[in-house]
Write a protein that binds this ligand. Sequence first.
Ligand code: CAA
Length: 388
Amino acid sequence: MTVGIDKIGFFTSNYYLDMTDLANARGEDPNKYLIGIGQQQQAVIPPTQDVVTMAANAAEKILTESDKHDIDMVIFGTETGIDNSKSAAIYVQSLLGISSRARSFEIKQACYGGTAGVQMAADHIAMHPESKVLVLAADIARYGIGTPGEVTQGGGAIAMLLSANPSILALDNQSTFHSENIMDFWRPFYKREAIVDGHYSTNIYIDFFNQTFKDYCQKYHRNLNDFAAIAYHLPFTKMGLKALRTVITEDAHSQQLLKEFDASKRYNALVGNLYTGSLYLSLLSLLANSTDLKAGDRIGLFSYGSGAQGEFYSGTISDGMHADKMADEFESVIADRVRLSVSEYEKMYADGLPTTGGDVTFDSANDPSRFIVLGRQADQLVYKDQKG
Ligand code: CAA
C-alpha cells in the first residue's frame, strides 16, 4: 500500500495586479520585479474572501459526495487565522457538508502549516488505510503598500485529499527536518501585515534547504540524480531558484532540474505568495506544465516556514496523474480574473473586517465565487454558499 496525495484543488480570487503596473507606480524598473523577484502578477483578495471561503472554494472542486462521507480528518494549515480560538477547518467542514464523524482542527507554523498537515495525514492513513484526510492550506500574504515585500504579496488556497493508493503522488515516507527560534518573519496580534527582515529571511531559507537536503541525502543514501525535479516553497519564484542553484552543477541532469523548475514556478509567478499553499501550488504547476515527468519519477519537496521550520521530503508520481486535467483546472480559476489598477488595488487592500469589532456587511455583487464572506454580525463571521 502507498499513501499520498490523491487530488489537488486550487482557488484564488478573481482580481489581480500586474507587476509592471506596480513597478511603474513604485518607481522601480519592471525587470526588478519580473526577473529579479520573478513575479508577473499577484492575486488581490477582496473582503468577500478569507481563508475559509478560499479553502472551501478550492476543496469543492475536488470532493465527491463519497469523499465527503469517507473523510475522517480535516486539517487546516494557515497563518491568516480568522479567530484566535475556533479553527477555520470547522467552518469548511460545515460549508462543504463533510461528515461530522471527523477530527477537524487548525495548525500553525508560518508557511510550514500545510506540510505539517500532509505529514500528519500520511501517518494517520498509514495506521488507518480506509481513511481519507482533507488537508487545506490557505493564506493572504500582506506586507504593506510601498514596502519591499509588496511585490511578494498574493493569496489563495490549496486543498489536497490524501488517501491510500493515491492518484497523484505517493509519499516515500522519507523526510528530514530542522527548526530554530529565528526572527526572520512574524505577525504580532495587533497587525494585519507581516514584519519581515527580508534579506535575512532569504538567507535562512537557503541555509535550511541546504541543511535538510544534506541530511536527507545522508540518511537515505541518495543524491541529486535521484530526483527528476525539486518543488520549493515559493514566496517569490526567484527564491526557489536561488536555493536550487546552491546544489546544481553544469551537468545535463542539473540543466534538466532547471527546466523542471521553470515548469514549477509558472503558476506561482501569476498568483504570488500563498504562504502555506505555495509549495503545493508549485507542485501543481510542476505536474501540470512539465513535458518530461512520468509515473515513477521521484520529486523532492522543500517546505519552509519562517520562525523557522524547514523540511525536505519526497514522493513518486503515480500512474493516475493527469497533467492536462490539472492544467485545465488551474486555467479555469485564473481565466476570467479582473486586472486592477494600482489605485483600485490600494483601495481593496485597505478594505476588510475592522480590527476594532462591530457589524459589517460587504458588497458581494462582484464576487462570483461559490463561497463568500458576507460580513460580521454580533461578533460572528457570516459565510454564504451562493449556490445554496
Ligand atoms: N533587472 C533585473 N534584476 C534586478 C533589477 C533589474 N532592473 N533590479 C534589481 N534586480 C534584482 C536584484 O539584483 C536582486 O536579485 P538577487 O536577489 O538575485 O541578487 C533582486 O532583483 C531583488 O532585489 P533587492 O534584493 O534589491 O530587492 P529588495 O531589497 O527590494 O527586496 C525581498 C527583496 C527582500 C525579497 C523583499 O521582497 C521581501 O522582503 N519579501 C518578503 C520576504 C520573503 O519573501 N522572504 C523569503 C524567505 S522567508 C519565506 O519563505 C517565508 C515566506 O513565505 C515569507
